[in-house]
Ligand binder design. Sequence first.
Ligand code: ADP
Length: 314
Amino acid sequence: MTTPIHEFLIAMFLSLAVRRCLTILRETKTFLSTVTGQEELAKRGLPHKWPVAGVKHVVLVASGKGGVGKSTTAVNLALGMSVVQRGLSVGLLDADVYGPSLPKLMNLSGRPELSPQDRMIPLVNYGIKCMSMGFLVEESAPIVWRGLMVMSAIQKLLRQVDWGELDILVIDMPPGTGDTQLTITQQIPISGVVIVTTPQDLALDDATRGAEMFRRVNVPVLGVVENMSGYICPKCGHLSNVFGMGGAKKIAQQINVEILGEVPLDLNICKTSDKGQPIVVSRPSSPQATVYKDIATRVLELLPSYQDPFPQRQ
Ligand code: ADP
C-alpha cells in the first residue's frame, strides 16, 4: 500500500523525469535543425571550414555532461601524446568559456602576449602550448556571458592564437551539445572526437547522444574513455565498481566505437590534477599515467595520416 509521502515522491520523480526528457528533446531538435540547415548551406558552398593556422590535427575531447573528468582527460591525453611520441608538438585549447579549467590544471596564469601580427601567444607548461578564456578574463566574468559573446570568444580562440606549428591541437570542449560545439564543428576541420563518460546510466545516455551528434556533423568519433571506472583501494588493492560495470562497453557496441581506455577513480589523479601537476608528468611511471599514455597511443594510431605541410596562415 502506498502512503501519501510515497505518492508525493513518485509524482515528483515522474515530473523530473518528464522535464528532463523534454529538455533533451528540445536540445536535440535545435541542434539537428541547425545541422540540417548547415548541410543545406554546405551544399550551396557555405560555410567554409578553415584549418586552424599551423595546426595539422584537431582532436576534440567532449562529454555529454559536466564533472565526468573531461578536462582531466584532455590534459593527460595531450601530455600523453607528447610523451609517447617524442618530438610531437601538442597544444591545448580550453573551449569551455563558461568554466575554463585549463589554467588550474596546467598551473598557468597571466595574460598572453601579442605577436607582431596581433595574435595571442599561448602560455606554455610541461612543453604544451595552452590557450584558455581563463587567461583573458577575470575568474567570475564568463558566467554571465550569453550567445553572441560566447561565439565571438570562440572565434577569437580559434583564429587569433599564434600556435606556431602544431601536430595536434587538443580542444577541451564544454559539456553537452550547444552553440560552442556547433560553431567549432562547422568552422574547422576536425580529425576526431574522444568522448569521456563515467559508468553511470545518465552519463552514458548523454555520451551516446553526444557521439550521435558529432557523427551528424561528420566528425569521426575515435572512441570512448570510461573515467572513474572502478575504485582501487590504495591500501588493499581491491577493485570496487562504485558506479556499476560494463556500461561504456555496452554503449561502445551500440554506437559502434571502441573503448579507448578505462581510467580508475583514483585519489592521485584528483590530487595531481587539482594541484596543476597532471599525473602523466608528475608520476609518469604510475599505472594511472600508463592508462593515459595507452589512450594517447591509441588516439594517435586512429588519426588519419597527414602528409601535407602545415596549413597556411590566413
Ligand atoms: P569535467 O571537465 O568533466 O567537468 P574535470 O576533469 O574538471 O571534469 O574533473 C572533475 C573533478 O573530478 C576534478 O576534481 C578532477 O580532479 C576529478 N577527477 C577527474 N577524473 C578523475 C579520476 N579518474 N579519479 C579521481 N578524480 C578524478
